[in-house]
Each structure stands twice: as structure tokens, then as C-alpha cells.
Design a protein. Sequence first.
Length: 398
Amino acid sequence: MEFKFDPADEAFRQEVRAFVEANLKPDIKARMERGFYPTRTEMAWWMGVLADKGWGAPNWPVEYGGSGWSPLRRMIFEEECVEADAPPRKMGNLVNIGPILYTYGSEEQKRLYLNRTLRGDIIWCQGFSEPNAGSDLASLRTRAVRDGDHYIVNGQKLWTSGAHESDMMYALVRTDNSVKAQLGITFLLLDMKTSGITVRPIIAINQSHMVNEVFFDNVRVPVENRVGEEGTGWTIAGSLLASERAFSAEIPHTAHDLKRLKRIATRELRRGKPLIDDPLFRAKIVRLEVSLRALEFSMMRVLSAGPAESQQAVASVLKMRGSDLRQRVAELMVEALGDYAMAYYPDPFMPPSDDPDPPGPDHASGIANAFLFRRAFTIVGGSNEVQRNIIAKSILKL
Ligand SMILES: Cc1cc2nc3c(=O)[nH]c(=O)nc-3n(C[C@H](O)[C@H](O)[C@H](O)COP(=O)(O)OP(=O)(O)OC[C@H]3O[C@@H](n4cnc5c(N)ncnc54)[C@H](O)[C@@H]3O)c2cc1C
């Protein structure tokens, strides 16, 4: 069987490629190629460039700024952006909170936030997990008590990615202790500059500062910042997490890494020959490539079917397989690099002015760092063990 793109889709790919090439700043591209992350300013700038072109949020409905593309074109767009080493867009904005706001938000919330969220003018963080409430999210204890036209929020969130450079947080809070745990949860939007919010860094295994602890001490949140009714936060969070999981498969990223892996294996020698000529190593690459292909087709099926409730468990499959492949490709890159995999810079978030020049060939840059940080990929968005439970219950009916 041969899979081919329609000529119109192929023309679309060329259009995206040309646009990205013409607009992406070479210094940002160069940093991305070496495995660094963009600064907040760089990321917001790129989101703005895409938004001006009408490509800011391909997954949103057209009326809110979406591009109206088919699932295939959305995939092509992602592939071209990743392939060109464009900065990642803030997926928490585009995949998590955006769809929640246009689905469950009030007209005022849509007016206030949607466009700025799409353009990266507001950066959001996710305040769900807490100490003792990660996999068992329903046991969260951050409390919001109504006081006139405000909620007073007290408690703590944990592992909050990007809280230190976010403008807003969407959070799950407990508004009722007297009902079943899931029914007492409410979805709130918090301005991170509100008095009483303290953000403390957690330094990850690769020395980067991405995750944080966030403390709330009598934080006053206007009632109009509630999304949906009181007690509906659990349902809203469910659709958000399914969307996050489906997108966390990051297939274009793994495809990009596979190409890089092949380049490394072509340059690195074992017993005087390019590693890529070693049949055992080739077999490892091929196994990964086949798994990725299978995942790609599953992803297309999910995207075509739309965000139905029944798709939530399928999103768990994508998340589980996608995160596993991202880790496996990083492991193979480290294996291919041999001793050069030890060459390691401390923090992919460091500002461009501090960029180090680690020893070893250029093709080794950033690999060790990615390998270490990707340990988290099978945990974030709900651990893979928990995804297996969801699949067992919802798909296999066990
Ligand atoms: C890098 C990183 C970024 C993150 N960013 C965010 C963020 O921005 N916002 C946010 O809200 N959260 C974030 N998280 C939190 C993440 O969602 C949680 O870490 C995750 O849900 C697991 O929860 P936990 O850490 O409390 O582990 P626990 O729930 O304590 O789990 C510990 C271990 O037990 C296993 N386990 C637990 N329950 C079961 C079960 N029922 N069956 C089988 N095994 C089980 C888990 O798989 C895991 O291996 C982030 C985490 C990381 C590592």
C-alpha cells in the first residue's frame, strides 16, 4: 500500500515551509537546533507572527481565530514548524485553556482572554496537582471560600510548569467539602500578580527551572473568574486533560528526533564504520520508526473524530505511546553518541547571552539534557500507569 498526499495538501506544505523559512529569525532557529528552549519573549513573538497570518491556533474554531484546516493539514503544519526548528508555541494556551474558554467560558471571559491567549500576550500555567493530589487529583485540598463577589483561596499547588513566568493560572479549587470529592471542585482563573501568591522554584534533574510550587495565602479572586458553575470543575478538567494528552503524543517532534538520530548514527563510528551500518543499531531505529508510523495513523483517526467524550481514553493511548517513543528516541541518541553524550550544558532555559559551547561535536548539543528531562514525559499530564488504568477501564472494560 502506498500513502500519498493530495497535491493540494502538498502545496499547503510548501506554503507553510516557505512562510516559516521567511519569517523565523536565524538566531532563534540556531538556538533551537542546539537544544535550547526559547525565552518567553521569543515564544510570544513567534505566536504573534503566526497569529497575524491567521495560523495562531489551528485547533480552535474559525470564529475564535482558528485556521479551519483539516486534521491532516494541522499535522502538516506542526511537522513543518518542528522540522524548521521554530520555537514551540505555548501549548498550555492553545491546547489546554483556550478550548476550555471557548467551550465553557462566559462571553466576557472569551472577550477578555481568547485573542490574547492565542497571540501569547498572556501566558497561562496549570494549577491542578498538589502534594498528595497528583494521580488522585480529586483529593485536592486548595480551598476557595466565597466572600461576597470574591473567592478567598488558600492552599498549595505543586509541579506548576512555568508559574514563574506566567501571567495567569487556571486552577482547580475545592469549594464544597460536603459532597463527593469530584463534585466539590471548581475551575478558577487567577491573575498571578494577585497579592498572596508565592511561587518557589523546583530545580529539575537537568538543572533547569521549569516547575514550581505555588502557595496561596488568602488570595482574593473575583467571582467572574470562575469558569462554569461551582462544582463543575472536575468535568471541565476532564476534557482539558484529554486534549492535553492527545497533543502530548508530539509525533512531529519524535519524527524530527529520528532524523537527528540517523544523522548522528551516520557520523559516529563504531569499529571504524558508521554506526548506521550496524545491523543491530539499524534494527532499533527501524523498530522506533514503525511504532511512530502506527502512532501517527492513530493520531489522525483521533483528530478526525473530534473531541468527543469517548475519545478521552484514546487520548490516553496516544499520550502513553507518544511519551514512551520520545523517551526511547532520546535513549538511542545518547547510545549513538557514546562518550559525547556526557557533554552537557546545565540549563536549556538559560538566556541566549549565556549560551555555553559544550565540548564535542555540534550534533551532540542538547541531547543529554533532553534525555534527562524526558524522564518526566511519562509522568506529566497523568502518569502512564494511570493512563493504563483508564484504558483498562474505558476501552478494555476490565
Ligand atoms: C516536569 C513536570 C511538570 C508538571 N507540570 C504540571 C503542571 O504544570 N500543572 C500541574 O497541575 N501538574 C503538573 N505536573 C504534575 C503531574 O501531573 C503529576 O506529577 C502526575 O499527575 C503524577 O502525580 P504525582 O507526582 O503526585 O505522583 P503520584 O500520584 O504520587 O504517583 C506516584 C507513582 O505511583 C503511581 N500511581 C499512582 N496512582 C496509581 C494507580 N492508581 N495505579 C497505578 N499506579 C499509580 C504513579 O504512576 C507514579 O509512578 C508536572 C509534573 C512534572 C514531573
